[in-house]
Design a binder for this molecule. Sequence first.
Ligand code: ZN
Length: 265
Amino acid sequence: MPTQASDLSREVLETHEMMSLPVDPFAIAGIEEIELAPGKYTDGFDARIEFIPEATRFAIYYRPPGSGRPRGRVNFSIAHELGHFYLPHHREQLLRGEMHNSTSNFRSAAEQEREADEFAANLLMPRDLFIAEVGRFRQRVCTLNELSELSSERLGTSLTSTVRRYCQCDIEPCIAVFSRNGVVQWAMPSADMKVMGMGYVPFKEPVPRDSKTREAFQTDEVGTAVDGRVMATTWFENPAVECVWEDVIILGRTGFAITLLTPDE
Ligand SMILES: [Zn+2]
């Protein structure tokens, strides 16, 4: 279902004749004469766009690649800030001098962040181009390692955003589960996976006891990748299949893991 954010990202790419991969969000910022201000910021900071009234232009402050931020993540952050620039109600707030992250209404702030993320994912990975790219890369479906290679070699995107997009685009029945220190943070199912009764994993709960993800967290190695077949009931209450293939990557030393579950028959 196209949304304002996805329609708008498409319009931006078409207007600037940039409808091809990889998409360079820095080039788009340049065309829009947005000032790019890299700097040494505190660890929790990724990027922020502001309107500078004196200069009558926008500026994006950001942590550049290499300063503890991989290029894919920086690209996503810039694309996210471009979402605040292009989405009309976000831009109005910026022009009024309200920073998008200082909105007092938490729900509307969270909603705006979600919209900007959606804009960014659609801008960097337009649906049809993304599906075609996956098809060219690995005969239609991908493992996490292959998505990792695709994101860094071809798309210039983060693994997290690429895996989310892979599920959103319904390329195969699958669900991505993102966990930290063994606790589920969020999950993104494909539409087909929901139909098969495997579209929901409870948040804020420990990853299942007999899962490969639990196993991966228990090993101390950095960059651990574990995969294997598990009973579908390990993860889901009423799955339509008996087994799922579980593919897990632990991301560096951050305590984050991405799990990709697909039906295995
Ligand atoms: Zn934001």
